[in-house]
Ligand binder design. Structure first.
Ligand SMILES: CC(C)(COP(=O)(O)OP(=O)(O)OC[C@H]1O[C@@H](n2cnc3c(N)ncnc32)[C@H](O)[C@@H]1OP(=O)(O)O)[C@@H](O)C(=O)NCCC(=O)NCCS
Length: 460
């Protein structure tokens, strides 16, 4: 296992069982604002390292300890999570550095120690054959480690309670709800998959995550102090057929009146408007039933959707009900790192060949397309295309600065925006003049890497 002597008695290594309580305590030190101790973050970490939601195991955390001091105090830590995302339906592993912290001690902060931790995590990803890393985190910081903001969470939406149509007096509520059980896990996963909506990049709900969201409530019943995040409910029609699900935040006062809908899926949600409106009323009714304090509930005024504008349940909202909003404490993007572009492109090759095949103009195209990131420090890639099929993918470094008409030039990391479909080449060029290529090369890259939808489950 990766281990590194960082000098001055500092040792970087993977976590040992005896470090775990220290990391839990360190989480409080690192993430609490001045004069406060956020005890819950320790519980949070301990749950995840104990396997909750399936993101990490008890071994998946890098620590730095100070061996020159008694008891080897903790200097820094970061967990190593694994997720599976899909690119046009092709699964790929995404490694995620999570719970990043350097202890707030002048001897340790500002010394670029996090760089060593990131190196260890990236080495581990390489060992695991993980081609992509993602991180949701503080602004700018992760750019230093090769990450780019290439996956947007998308626009967030809210629906004021007052805009949800009331049930008419003579009408019966078409849907009812009940709390989800473990028997519902497969249905939820299937519904989530059905809601990809043609997104090029999708972060589907993982089985362990869904199970954890359901069993979390059982734990709350056994222990009222259990750190509880959200409820999972199922919608049923009058004949008890399951027609959907929703994962709904525990409502609390500091969310600007928003009752969060983290995940939601409905069978044929866009076909039957009455059922859809009924599902929204059900969520509000359920949210209210979970809040014992009337004064607290009086602060709730809207549903907030933690999914992008492309998610079918958001697309189904009538335009006069859907308001764009910013959800408190939520970032806007995942950062992405792809250390070996050629390797990832090989992995998603069927998707790229499919795009060529569907093209009206290039389905029989033959030629070689190269992408250079200007400097040999960031290798690009080369595609050999024969009669509309990419037959070879190679790593490509353009060592000289001679103009070459077959090459598309991108400043380092900018190509990730094209790769994940978050910006069109046209949009990139409007802010980055050094994204440069001939019209012919652009035509091919526009087909291979169009701007597309992204539907990323937001789990934290
Ligand atoms: C964020 C954190 C890990 C950075 O570690 P650090 O030891 O303070 O900073 P580093 O030595 O790694 O800083 C390297 C560079 O990043 C910059 N930087 C440091 N903290 C930053 C921040 N929060 N945002 C943006 N840039 C930051 C530094 O200025 C430095 O740049 P410079 O050399 O050009 O001046 C640490 O401050 C921390 O634990 N913060 C609290 C917890 C946290 O926010 N974790 C991240 C959650 S996603």
């Amino acid at each position: 296992m990766y281990e590194k002597d960082l000098g001055n008695g500092l040792l970087l290594r993977w976590v040992k069982p005896e470090d775990v309580p220290k990391v839990g305590e360190g989480m409080i030190d690192v993430f609490s604002p001045p004069n406060t101790r956020l005890e819950f973050v320790r519980t949070w970490f301990l749950r995840f390292i104990d396997g909750y939601a399936g993101f990490m195991t008890e071994k998946d955390c890098v620590v730095i300890v100070d061996t020159k001091q008694d008891g080897e105090p903790l200097v820094g830590f970061t967990s190593y999570w694994q997720e599976t995302h899909t690119y046009e339906g092709i699964p790929y592993k995404a490694g995620r550095p999570e719970f990043v912290g350097i202890m707030p001690n002048p001897e340790y902060r500002g010394k670029r120690l996090q760089q060593h931790i990131m190196d260890a995590l990236h080495a581990r990803s390489e060992e695991d054959g993980t081609l992509v890393q993602v991180i949701g985190g503080i602004n700018w910081y992760y750019r230093q480690f090769g990450y780019e903001y290439a996956l947007a969470f998308g626009e967030r939406s809210k629906v004021m309670f007052s805009s949800i149509p009331f049930l008419k007096e003579d009408e019966e509520e078409p849907l009812k709800h009940r709390r989800a059980t473990l028997d519902d896990v497969d249905t939820i996963i299937d519904l989530d998959k059905m809601h990809q909506n043609g997104a090029s990049v999708h972060y589907p709900l993982a089985r362990d995550y869904v199970i954890s969201q359901i069993t979390d409530y059982h734990e709350l019943q056994e222990n009222p102090d259990h750190l509880f995040a959200r409820h999972t409910i199922m919608f049923e029609d009058a004949n008890d057929n399951i027609v959907g699900y929703a994962m709904v935040n525990k409502f609390d006062a500091d969310k600007a009146g928003l009752l969060g809908v983290y995940h939601m899926g409905l069978v044929d949600c866009t076909i039957n408007k009455k059922a859809f409106m009924s599902s929204l009323r059900n969520i509000v009714a359920f949210g209210k039933s979970q809040v014992q304090d009337d004064e607290l509930w009086a602060k709730a005024n809207a549903l907030a959707f933690y999914c992008s504008q492309w998610h079918p349940t958001v697309e189904a909202l009538p335009s006069d009900m859907r308001l764009q909003c910013k959800i408190p404490y939520e970032g806007t993007h995942y950062y992405v790192r792809v250390p070996n572009l050629a390797a990832f492109i090989k992995h998603i090759l069927p998707a790229l060949n499919q795009r060529l095949k569907k093209s009206l103009t290039h389905k029989k195209y033959s030629g070689t397309i190269r992408v250079s990131n200007y400097t040999p420090r960031y290798p690009g890639f080369e595609l050999k295309i024969e009669r509309g099929v990419i037959v070879e993918v190679n790593s490509y470094i353009k060592a000289d600065q001679q103009r070459d008409e077959t090459v598309a030039y991108y400043p380092p990391y900018a190509f990730l925006q094209s790769l994940f479909g978050s910006q069109s080449i046209e949009e990139l060029r409007s802010v980055l003049p050094d994204v440069y290529m001939t019209a012919e090369v652009k035509e091919v890259l526009d087909i291979l890497f169009p701007k597309t939808k992204q539907i990323m489950a937001h789990l934290m």
